[in-house]
Design a protein around this ligand. Structure first.
Ligand SMILES: Nc1nc2c(ncn2[C@@H]2O[C@H](COP(=O)(O)OP(=O)(O)OP(=O)(O)O)[C@@H](O)[C@H]2O)c(=O)[nH]1
Ligand SMILES: [Mg+2]
Length: 329
């Protein structure tokens, strides 16, 4: 989603600025001879300014968050790992309802002011509206906080192109994922934040038949067994289900990465179970792998060869598979 998210005011900001504006508008009024009329006008102007200010600001907050129904599943799932989506929906609805309520009370107050002929009553009516508005604003504080925290988390969502053909890199640490990212992509890799990994995600692009293919390196995410994950991490990983059409599983047949082929195969099996994207295995480090090691790896699974100096058809295959598996978003 385009994260064009506004700053969310605090309860105090809202009330202070609205009261200030209300008093200022009344102070700036021209003096009239008819004292009674002047009081009425003054008090109704104060009520109108306060009411408009508060209701428009609450409305602005309630629509400041991108429509949750329209949000891409990848972002929605990621957001839900740090934000309770139902509470967020309720908070947004509460703000909109409060905005309307203040407007309604403002209209009633102005009517009552104009109906009244007693100066004391007029002032009392206006003060009562200020007090009620203050109490409504006090009650929205929790909702404002919920939206604010969602906005902060929303800003941290990775800015990946979700409409782009996308390939995700997976595999144990040191198998060569980042090296493959640099080999594949023509653009300088960028880094986007990703919840629960300080390393973020790295991504770059290459062109295939007039399409941009986005390649995403996911350090710390798809490089360990899921049993070792906490529930929050699991959710952040689950979001990847909605990203892209192909997962490249990088295998190091030389085992120089520090993980045995057997372990690498068991992670592959797990990834196959979790994700529905097309999975392509790449045997990396082919330049240093022995024939024996390659043969052993091939016995376990089919795959494509990649390695230093082995500029294989990897781009071609990944581009083709990405197009074939594109489901449209
Ligand atoms: N000989 C050879 N070495 C490679 C190849 N690919 C990667 N390496 C080396 O393997 C080591 C790990 O590569 P990285 O690309 O950092 O591996 P990674 O999977 O991104 O590792 P993490 O980010 O820790 O998960 C580095 O020293 C690379 O130079 C290859 O095809 N051939
Ligand atoms: Mg890496």
């Amino acid at each position: 989603m385009p994260l064009n998210l506004a700053n969310i005011p605090t309860k105090k900001d809202l009330m202070d600025s609205a009261v200030r504006k209300a008093l200022k508008v009344a102070a700036g009024m021209k003096k009239t001879r008819n004292k009674e009329r002047r009081v009425k006008e003054k008090e109704s102007k104060k009520a109108a300014m306060l009411g408009k200010e508060l209701s428009s600001k609450l409305h602005a907050v309630s629509v400041s968050f991108p429509n949750l129904e329209d949000m891409h599943k990848f972002h929605l799932e990621l957001l839900s790992s740090s934000v309770d989506i139902d509470s967020l929906k309720q908070a947004l609805a509460h703000l909109e309802k409060s905005s309307k309520l203040i407007k309604k009370l403002m209209i009633e107050t102005i009517k009552n002011i104009h109906r009244s002929d007693d100066k004391v009553k007029v002032i009392r009516e206006r003060k009562r509206f200020f007090a009620r508005a203050d109490s409504i604003i006090s009650k929205v504080e929790k909702s404002l906080n919920i939206v604010r925290s969602a906005v902060i988390n929303g800003r941290r969502l990775p800015k990946l192109k979700l409409e782009c053909l996308t390939v995700i890199l997976a595999g144990f640490p040191n198998t060569g994922k980042t090296t493959i990212l640099s080999r594949l992509t023509t653009s300088k890799p960028e880094i986007a934040s990703y919840p629960f990994t300080t390393k973020g995600v790295k991504f770059g692009y290459f062109s295939y038949k007039y399409h941009d293919v986005q390649v995403v390196d996911t350090p710390g995410l798809l490089d360990r067994e899921m049993a070792k994950r906490n529930p929050v991490e699991k959710r952040a990983i689950a979001a990847l289900k909605y990203l892209g059409e192909v997962i490249v599983f990088v295998v190091d047949p030389t085992e120089r990465c520090g993980y045995q082929l057997k372990e690498q195969m068991s992670l592959l099996k797990e990834i196959k179970k979790i994700f529905s994207q097309k999975i392509i295995v790449v045997f990396n480090k082919a330049d240093i792998a022995t024939e024996e090691e390659m043969k052993k790896a091939r016995k376990e699974t089919d795959g494509i060869v990649s390695g230093e100096g082995v500029e294989s058809e990897l781009r071609e295959i990944l581009g083709k598979e990405a197009i074939e598996n594109f489901k449209g978003k």
